[in-house]
Design a protein around this ligand. Sequence first.
Ligand SMILES: *Cc1c(COP(=O)(O)O)cnc(C)c1O
Length: 456
Amino acid sequence: MLDSLKKIFSGNEADFPVNTGSKPDISREKSAALYEKSKTYFPGGVNSPVRAFKSVYGTPLFIEKGDGCFIWDADGNQFIDFCNSWGPLILGHNNAKIREKVTETMQKGMSFGAPTVLENQLAALIIKNNRFVEKIRFTSSGTEAVMSAVRLARGFTGRDKILKFEGCYHGHSDSLLVKAGSGLVTFGETSSAGVPKSFAEETIVVALNDKNAVTQAFEQFKGQIAAVIIEGIPANNGLIIQDKDYIHFLREICTENNALLIFDEVITGFRLGFEGAAEYYDVKPDILTYGKIIGGGLPVGMYGASAEIMGHISPDGAVYQAGTLSGNPVAMAAGIATLTELLKSGFYKDLNKKTEDFASSVQRFATARNYKFKVFSVGSIFWFSFTDKDAVKSADDIETTSMDKFKVFHNQLLNRGIYLGPSGYEVGFVSAAHTKVELEKAKRAIFESLDVAFKS
Ligand SMILES: *Cc1c(COP(=O)(O)O)cnc(C)c1O
């Protein structure tokens, strides 16, 4: 075992012994039984659709506990986890600092619906260390944060239309469950039943990485676009890294047209670095939204902007937005403990380097084997893509057929103790709790699983 690990440590992935024997399925009996039960309670047996394992083999694993970079399912199987609750757990599972702060806070009561000092403390950590926001508001989810940011942009500009990009996810509010129709610039078509057509008509959808489409939209809807909204780095439909030049173009065209630029940093915020994608691209958005990491595993979202723009939020201004559990003390405590760790010197440098080494090693392996497989990564986010394209810049660049191989890959990884989110469109996350040794073990499992997926 150690010898073969050493081989990978040497960086010579080409020497990795070929393994095309698929590993038999692990026991998933207890999870399967729990899933049968859960289907009687919840649509699809789950409380959020992707969890249902519809695009991979088998039924969902019921998770019993997590610690560091590991999770354990109901059948006692142990996995190295790269889903990390879809991003929030940048410090890994069951982090002691977060647990202690949360426990201490809980002893004093769970919620008051009145201000607490913890809200001030988390706000101060953010505002002092983020040059892009002067005032903020906490919500209980990313969806709420983005929905409120869009309302704020509309209230501030007095305009109704927003422009979004195909392949960006911004939560499940009505105006944003909209996809592109056919044509360069289109009114959105609803991507969910139950969204009124008239709502979708206020959302313009264009492809990513297409300056012409954005220019044309601003011409066609002159004086009507309140905001352009984009994910800091689109990471909900594969990882679609945009060029800096394109992001700066968006900034300029918004300014020229008195429209606001909204950066939805629910994934990228506190992930790429403390100041997220805005720092990464060196661009100043007008409104920013955060979620996931900001609550350290508890439900928190946030939107923020200049004091001037935030002055339009109720009770200072006319844009109404509220929340019974907003700024919940227990959730604030988890956020404070998390962000305090992130602010320690070298945190991101170490995490990002670790991820880069991991991603490039997997890429070297795939290249040495001539597999049609690319690892895209930025910060501590990575995406395994069954493609031979050197870059994926828009949703159209993703081949749907590539997902067949992902299914095999995903199953083989589970059988080898590696947990990835159950869809090939989902990115993975490396946390501070992934040690070098675990990442080497994960690589070995990934190499073997790729061999199986590509044996024809
Ligand atoms: C996860 C996510 C959301 C939605 O956040 P929830 O907390 O799931 O409501 C919105 N935008 C982006 C970019 C996200 O990644």
